[in-house]
Design a protein around this ligand. Structure first.
Ligand code: CA
Length: 228
């Protein structure tokens, strides 16, 4: 069976627009205009991906993310008019996979969905070890980073940060998430240290560190590995 989307959105125009676009890609969709209807659908239908608005009439979308995460890791893409960095961070830290600020283009939404499908599809297979891009080849198992044909030395922490970004290809990782995964909780809020590590990694990886191609900054939120 193919993917089944649940669109949780109280603005019917936007909901219909998303549904129309997903239908046109051959995806099946359900719609819910309240948090209650969304939780109901999740309990009764084989939903595989959620597109979630945060401002719902009966519930905050964040609550839905937290509830869903207690029983499932199915992909959640937030689409919200809330454009404050703190709100994006909150949604991502609660367990959302990605975040789009309204107004967004449908092209952008479909691109994010493809990334998430690629990412979650990979979970069933063996863990990917080698990542190849135009001028990079990174072998996680061998701890080897080749940049434009030359092996470049990465310190263990730099390598762990890079590996974390790669394993979450296309996904925004918040500062807090990266710090927690790489350093444990000790450096929980040390965003400044993280910036220094990122600058070093970029200097080693990017042809033009001032205009990174691979390690993209999501201002005020975190970082994303992409090939843009
Ligand atoms: Ca709304």
């Amino acid at each position: 069976m193919g993917p089944l989307f649940l669109i949780v959105e109280d603005d019917l125009q936007i909901s219909n627009f998303i549904k129309f676009s997903l239908d046109s890609q051959g995806y099946s969709c359900l719609e819910a205009s309240t948090g209650k209807a969304a939780l109901n659908a999740l309990a009764n239908e084989p939903v595989t991906t959620i597109i979630l608005d945060l401002g719902l009439p009966d519930m905050d979308g964040l609550e839905i993310i937290k509830k869903v995460r207690t029983f499932s890791d199915l992909p959640i893409i937030v689409v919200s008019a809330r454009d404050q960095d703190a709100e994006k961070v909150e949604a991502l830290d609660a367990g959302a996979d990605d975040y789009l600020t309204k107004p967004f283009s449908i092209k952008e939404l479909l691109a994010r969905i493809r990334v998430i499908f690629r990412h979650t599809g990979a979970q069933d297979k063996e863990v990917q070890s080698v990542y190849k891009f135009a001028d990079l080849e990174i072998d996680l198992a061998k701890h080897r980073v080749m940049v434009r044909g030359k092996e470049v030395h990465f310190t263990p922490i730099e390598f762990n940060v890079l590996a974390l970004l790669l394993k979450n290809y296309g996904k925004v990782l918040t500062h807090k998430y990266i710090l927690k995964e790489v350093w444990g909780s000790a450096l929980d809020n040390d965003v400044q240290s993280l910036r220094v590590f990122m600058a070093n990694i970029r200097r080693k990886l990017e042809e033009n560190p001032a205009k990174p191609r691979y390690i993209i900054t999501e201002v005020g939120v975190g970082y994303r590995f992409a090939d843009e």
